[in-house]
Design a protein around this ligand. Structure first.
Ligand code: FE2
Length: 376
């Protein structure tokens, strides 16, 4: 693990993630899934009824985590083409910045491809400034300043009522924020994208995982993490590594039709009850063999954590510890028909890591699923 000293001057200050925007085949049903299974709350909507003739959007939140689910009302729209090509997936990792014009012009001066120059949208709730730059594949970063806006999401959206009752847990939600968003890129491209985030956004290397760290007997990948100076926005980037069988990253690239977002990690304060509720609602999680929990080395390495290991074992929750503390994590299976995007639930207790000690067990679990799909 390497880290770099903080920058002298921040040319690209960020406040955090603004939203994760998905293009989906059926936004109405996806909104129900994220409400009933992920305990998220529908807060805003736009569609034909509000003057959006070609697309619908459902906006859901859980604490500081915000998803926008976009679907096409008719053929021939950008969303319908995207879904036809890639399946359901993430089209935009929108970032909350204090000054859109400054961030955009700095990004362009550092070689970023502009997709939308800074523009302002407004309604009776105030105004929002936005711009957009391209990142890997067909993914974009919209830069958003909503500090002068009090509406439910953006101009053009109306407030919406929750689809289902809030989950019966503390605060009525499972998640507090988006913890990190991971991109899969082609073989040999990881370092290019790491350099992109360093150059364009002034991000720094937070961690890297190469070679034996994350190889299994069959397949492998390499991963590096870039983050802003405050560590609020964290983007790990994966590329496949040459190995005996097909890397999970290759499977993603084949079925997504190129680079894209692999998983979104959601920060939770109570991973045990979140997993219980989500599993009861039909969310599928990756399996972890009992041998993981029975390994005396693991028990020695993790020491005392907030829940008895038998409770973690029952739920297949993984645990990792580093010099700063520990974390609990679990991964869903892909959440759409294609074996592409999935989610991670992460409960941090001091650790700033990504579960390095679990990579081997995790990747072996992914490979068992790949094998079942005939893609290993
Ligand atoms: Fe992750």
């Amino acid at each position: 693990m390497k880290s770099e000293s903080s920058r002298m001057r921040d040319n690209f200050p960020v406040n955090g993630m603004d939203a994760v925007v998905f293009a989906v085949g059926n936004a109405k049903q996806a909104a129900h899934y994220y409400s009933s299974a992920f305990g998220m709350k529908l807060v805003a909507y736009r569609g034909p009824e509000t003057g959006s003739r070609d697309e619908v959007s459902y906006v859901l939140t859980s604490g500081g985590a915000r998803f926008e689910l976009r679907g096409a009302v008719r053929a021939g729209t950008g969303v319908s083409r995207h879904v036809a090509e890639h399946g359901d997936g993430v089209i935009d990792l929108a970032i909350d910045v204090p000054d859109v014009e400054a961030a955009y012009s700095y990004a362009i001066s550092q070689g970023a491809k502009g997709l939308a120059e800074p523009y302002t949208v407004e309604d009776e709730h105030g105004k929002v400034v936005m711009a957009a730059i391209a990142t890997y594949g067909e993914t974009r970063h919209t830069l958003v300043d909503r500090s002068n806006y009090s509406g439910p999401y953006l101009p053009g959206f109306v407030a919406a009522e929750p689809i289902v009752a809030a989950p019966a847990v503390k605060n009525g939600r499972f998640f507090q924020a988006v913890d990190h968003c991971v991109g899969n890129v082609e073989l040999g491209k990881m370092d290019e994208w790491v350099e992109f985030y360093k150059r364009v956004m002034g991000f720094t290397n937070m961690a890297e995982f190469v070679g034996d760290d994350i190889a299994t007997e069959y397949s492998a990948l390499m991963s590096k993490v870039v983050a802003d100076g405050t560590r609020k926005v964290k983007f790990p980037l994966n590329e496949p590594a040459v190995s005996r069988k097909k890397s999970q990253i290759d499977e993603y690239l084949e079925f997504y039709g190129g680079p894209g977002v692999q998983h979104v990690a959601l920060a939770t304060n109570d991973i045990l009850s979140a997993v219980d509720h989500m599993r009861a609602a039909g969310v599928e999680f990756l399996d972890t063999p009992d041998s993981y929990y029975d390994d005396p080395e693991l028990r020695a390495r993790i020491g005392e954590v907030r829940a008895p290991i038998e409770e973690l074992k029952k739920r297949k929750i993984l645990v990792d510890r580093d010099e700063d503390g520990y974390l609990l994590q679990i991964f869903t299976k892909p959440v759409q028909d294609r074996p592409t995007v999935f989610f991670e639930l992460i409960e941090r207790h001091g650790s700033l890591g990504f579960g390095k000690g679990n990579f081997k067990a995790l990747f072996e679990a992914i490979e068992r699923e790949q094998d079942r799909r005939g893609n290993l």
